[in-house]
Design a protein around this ligand. Structure first.
Ligand SMILES: NC(=O)N[C@@H](O)C(=O)O
Ligand code: NI
Length: 165
């Protein structure tokens, strides 16, 4: 019988052990462009390791998923962080797990507020990019380079991720 994980709204505090929340919220750090633009400065830093590796910017166009969502696997990137920056205002699903001796612990599921993005810390167990609406269009900042930067973990028993409302 699959265990159900209920989503909760994404907050910087709850997400802090796993990554950064990227959002243009509150007063901008800088007002630029003749006063017509607020800059929310240096919200997160790509963390890329390995000789010759670098951060790159890609675009993902992903199929949407629906809740309840069957979570069969999580993955992690030991050599680099990974940022998902939505190019629409649609919320998306964020799933992360604590690490427990090299295996993922019980998942946590978050739904983003419109416009929120995330930067997963290097090595954080996470579900793959999971849009909840079409078009699932995202800018992704992650590692470009040699080496094996993907570790997958398939759960013996999938979890069900359900909305909390
Ligand atoms: N495979 C890939 O580029 N994306 C995944 O890492 C993901 O987290 O979606
Ligand atoms: Ni990933």
């Amino acid at each position: 019988m699959s265990e159900t994980i209920f989503t909760q709204p994404l907050t910087a505090d709850l997400f802090a052990p796993f990554g950064d929340v990227l959002e243009a919220a509150g007063t901008p750090d800088k007002i630029i462009n003749q006063g017509k633009c607020g800059r929310y400065h240096d919200l997160a830093a790509p963390d890329i390791v390995g000789d010759g590796a670098r951060a790159g910017i890609s675009l993902f166009h992903s199929e949407k998923r629906t809740l309840p969502y069957k979570l069969e696997l999580v993955e992690r990137h030991p050599l680099g962080s990974q940022a998902f920056i939505p190019m629409t205002q649609a919320p998306f699903l964020v799933i992360v797990c604590p690490d427990e001796n090299g295996r993922p612990g019980r998942p946590l599921a978050f739904t983003t507020a419109p416009g929120q993005g995330i930067n997963l810390h290097r090595g954080t167990w996470h579900g793959v990019l999971t849009p909840l609406a079409d078009p699932g269009l995202f800018a992704v900042v992650d590692r470009i380079g040699d080496g094996d930067n993907l570790e997958e973990f398939w759960f013996d028993e999938p979890f069900l991720v359900a909305g909390s409302t």
